[in-house]
Design a protein around this ligand. Structure first.
Ligand code: ADP
Ligand code: ADP
Length: 228
């Protein structure tokens, strides 16, 4: 479903953030990326929906070459949901309004079509009673769950998570991880950058370890965490 082949990213300041990174993510697979700060995890994730343009190499998503002229990058991006460390909700829209916005604007779907779906998604992330409030009235954990519902509203084939719990108070981390665990159990293809090793061990099909821009290890969580 995702094939990255010898991906290099050199930022304009000449920081070589990705060095020949090759990786594949199969449909339904949950891949967790770990590694020290500054090792290129976030850069790699952002190349997967072209928030960062790569310097060399190739990325294919669902058989579409990201850099082919024939590829519609907006369409490709719409199939790749992304959740960031900061929730970036629209402050002047209600929770439900936030979830409904992109499918209306980008997919051109009507309010009547999308509203029941948005309500269903918000129930699924445990926010049935918060649909009509504004983001500022929610806790960080609740806001992040809205951000997940908002990404899912585009009906993506794959979800990318960039340290989704790093900005949360500890007591809210669990509620966000639980939603991610449910998604994984439902078969969503996921790539997750996180420092939550419990999540990696419990949920990941495969763990990638990055260091200084290189992908050093790709292995099962058992082999990564339990080998001496
Ligand atoms: P991680 O997610 O593992 O912490 P990043 O992908 O954020 O790593 O960063 C990898 C390297 O690229 C770091 O050295 C970082 O300083 C650098 N970097 C990240 N973003 C930029 C940018 N926009 N411009 C220049 N250098 C960047
Ligand atoms: P993360 O690891 O979550 O990406 P960082 O603190 O490394 O967080 O980066 C935060 C933001 O700053 C990102 O948008 C990244 O692209 C940018 N950034 C990081 N390092 C640099 C750098 N050396 N020069 C310019 N921008 C950078």
């Amino acid at each position: 479903m995702i094939v990255a082949d010898k991906v290099n990213k050199i930022y304009p300041n000449l920081c070589h953030a990705l060095k020949d990174v090759s990786a594949t993510v199969k449909r339904g697979e949950v891949v967790v990326i770990i590694g020290p700060s500054g090792s290129g995890k976030s850069t790699f994730l952002r190349t997967l929906n072209q928030l960062e343009v790569i310097t060399s190499g190739q990325i294919q998503i669902d058989g579409m070459n990201m850099y082919a002229k024939s590829t519609n990058i907006n369409e490709l991006r719409a199939n790749v949901g992304m959740v960031f460390q900061s929730f970036n909700l629209f402050p002047h829209k209600t929770v439900k309004g936030n979830v409904m916005l992109a499918p209306q604007k980008v997919r051109g779907r009507t309010k009547a079509e999308i509203e029941p779906e948005a309500e269903k998604l918000l129930k699924r992330v445990g926010l049935a009673d918060k649909m009509n409030v504004y983001p500022s009235q929610l806790s960080g954990g609740q806001q992040q769950r809205v951000a997940i519902a908002r990404a899912l509203a585009m009906r993506p084939d794959v979800m990318l998570f960039d340290e989704p719990t790093s900005a949360l108070d500890p007591e809210m981390v669990g509620e966000v991880l639980d939603v991610m665990k449910d998604l994984a159990a439902e078969g969503m293809t996921m790539v997750v950058v996180t420092h939550e090793m419990g999540f990696a061990r419990e949920v990941a099909d495969r763990v990638l370890f990055m260091e200084e821009g290189e992908l050093l290890v790709s292995d099962s969580p058992e082999n990564i965490f339990d080998s001496p």
